[in-house]
Every structure is written in C-alpha cells, then in structure tokens.
Design a protein. Structure first.
Length: 77
C-alpha cells in the first residue's frame, strides 16, 4: 500500500493513479493522518452495440395503439 502526504500526492498524482490502476491501493494523508483512499473505479457497464439483439425481439404492430376504455379505466381507478 502506498502512503503519500498531500504535497507528494500533488507532485506525483499521475504516478499514484498508475499504481492504483495496476491494483495497488494508495492512501493520501493530511497532517500525518489518512484522509482518502486511492483505488481504481471498476466499471460494471457493458459496452452496448446497436443491433445486438436484431431478430431476437418481436413487437406487435399494434403495440402503441389506443387501449380499450375499460382497460384504461382499470388502470386509472
């Protein structure tokens, strides 16, 4: 674990970030006391590509057609 004071962190931030991205935890201290932890952000987002589900999804032609009045009344009451 890397421990750096504020002055060192300002001077060597890019180096600390590279070490964090490589998997090493870091702590930035203020006045000798740990203040923040420097860890990489792990993204859960999956890259989305247009058309990936082409041919797998079917939507009825009347999907957005007006609904019968009795069905609308049931939702609104």
């Amino acid at each position: 674990m890397v421990v750096a004071n504020m002055r060192d962190a300002k001077a060597h931030l890019s180096r600390l970030v590279e070490r964090a991205l490589a998997g090493e935890d870091g702590v930035i201290s203020r006045r000798g006391r740990p203040a923040v932890r420097l860890v990489p952000v792990m993204s859960d987002a999956v890259e989305r590509r247009f058309g990936l589900a082409a041919g797998r999804i079917w939507i009825s032609d009347d999907f957005d057609a007006p609904r019968p009045d009795d069905l609308l009344a049931a939702f609104e009451s």
